[in-house]
Design a protein. Structure first.
Length: 396
């Protein structure tokens, strides 16, 4: 079912002028000592907020920050974010000390047309993550219309992403959410060949996506520590690499699923190995991992192989580093893949903080079709799963 976008909400008879529009944003930015660090997510939320302000809405912004787990942890307060949002938006942003009840209702009642108010951290209340109906009701009391622009939490059925949505008469996807959905849909309905590059630490974390993409992708290229569990499945030596012994059978099932679909799974053919995951640890490049050594990155031959596939692909989806890319000496494989994805003429979608950081370091980020801000949500979406936060908007 279609999700309504912001333009159609604004174009409705009566529009949003004077109406309280509740925006579930993702303002989960790093804050240290009351100072906002990387403000990318705040900047990303500006287009939707600007459009609503310009249309005369009374804009009520809600977000989570960190993991306060139902307690009022001062370190997770959104107050510093209100100041930063005001600076970037170029308008005053008032702050409500709580996201429900008197403080929120007063702050919202005081909003002029085109005014913006930021509510305190949704996750100060356990009801948010539990999707508690009474908490959802309390949030819905603040809203004449609802806009979800927080793609990164759309895979969670929380009160602010799911529970409150049917309680509001009018609802829409914000611009950021809309762009995410449009680009990720390309992976579900790809121009072929579709190359999926998956890396990261654990098969167990990504098993569902591995299984789904083995069926969907013409070529699935695996890197990161996950690759060693796959190599173990094939009986190859893995030394002291991070192998999940209890997932060897699962990895085998992924390989079988790809084979049954007539798809290829690529695994590393050479490796950067070290004896410790440590800056300055001696390394070697090997075809077979020796006893006492662990794979910490894909080797140059593997990087070249994956780059060749990137050059042939019409659509690329990449999530997860190819090695321990936090350590410079173990980051070459991830960097090479980032460069190859950026240089490919394919439609390219990159998700996950590590992969995006790697792309940014190449200076070629502008060549990627889409950098997805929602790591977990994008992985669920490309599996073809229904995201609760998206389902809640459907049929509005
Ligand atoms: P994920 O969150 O699943 O995407 O995993 C990212 C983490 O996987 C990063 O912190 C990497 O350092 C780690 N990682 C990638 N390759 C390896 C490897 N070969 N050995 C150990 N950790 C790895």
């Amino acid at each position: 079912m279609a999700v309504r976008d912001l333009s159609s909400l604004l174009a409705e008879p009566g529009g949003v002028a004077g109406k309280r529009v509740f925006v579930r944003a993702d303002l989960n930015v790093p804050v240290k000592g009351g100072v906002v660090g990387d403000d990318t997510r705040i900047r990303a939320s500006l287009p939707t907020l600007r459009r609503l302000c310009d249309a005369g809405a009374r804009v009520v912004v809600a977000s989570h920050l960190g993991r306060p787990k139902g307690t009022r942890d001062p370190a997770a307060s959104l107050r510093p974010v209100a100041a930063k949002l005001s600076e970037l938006l170029g308008r005053p942003v008032s702050f409500a000390e709580d996201c429900i009840g008197e403080p929120a209702e007063q702050a919202v009642a005081a909003l002029p047309e085109g005014g913006v108010c930021l509510l305190e951290n949704l996750r100060y209340h356990a009801g948010e993550e539990k999707n508690d109906p009474a908490f959802a009701q309390a949030l819905a009391r603040l809203a004449d219309a609802y806009v979800n622009d927080a793609f990164g939490t759309a895979h969670r059925a929380h009160a602010s992403t799911a529970g409150m949505v049917p309680l509001t008469a009018r609802r829409a996807a914000g611009d950021l959410m809309n762009v995410e959905l449009a680009h990720l849909r390309v992976v579900l309905e790809p121009r072929r060949p579709l190359l999926c590059l998956l890396g990261g630490a654990k098969v167990s974390d990504k098993l569902a996506v591995l299984e789904a993409l083995a069926k969907r992708a013409d070529v699935l290229a695996v890197g990161g520590a996950m690759a060693y569990t796959f190599l173990r499945t094939l009986g190859e030596p893995t030394g002291t690499s991070l192998v999940e012994a209890d997932r060897v059978a699962d990895a085998g099932r992924v390989l079988d699923a790809a084979k049954a679909a007539g798809h290829r799974v690529l695994l590393p053919v050479d490796h950067v190995v070290a004896q410790k995951i440590e800056e300055g640890a001696p390394t070697q490049i090997v075809k077979q991992i020796p006893d006492g050594w662990m794979g910490v990155d894909i080797g140059p031959e593997t990087a070249a192989l994956y780059a060749t596939e990137a050059g042939r692909a019409a659509t690329i989806f990449w999530n997860g580093p190819m090695g321990v890319f936090e350590i410079e000496a173990f980051s070459q494989g991830t960097r090479a893949v980032a460069r190859a994805v950026a240089e490919s003429a394919a439609i390219s979608v990159v998700g996950g903080g590590d992969s995006i950081a790697a792309v940014n370091r190449t200076g070629l980020a502008a060549k990627i079709t889409h950098l997805s801000t929602g790591g977990g949500a994008s992985l669920e979406y490309v599996q073809g799963l229904t995201l609760p936060g998206v389902a809640a908007l459907e049929g509005a």
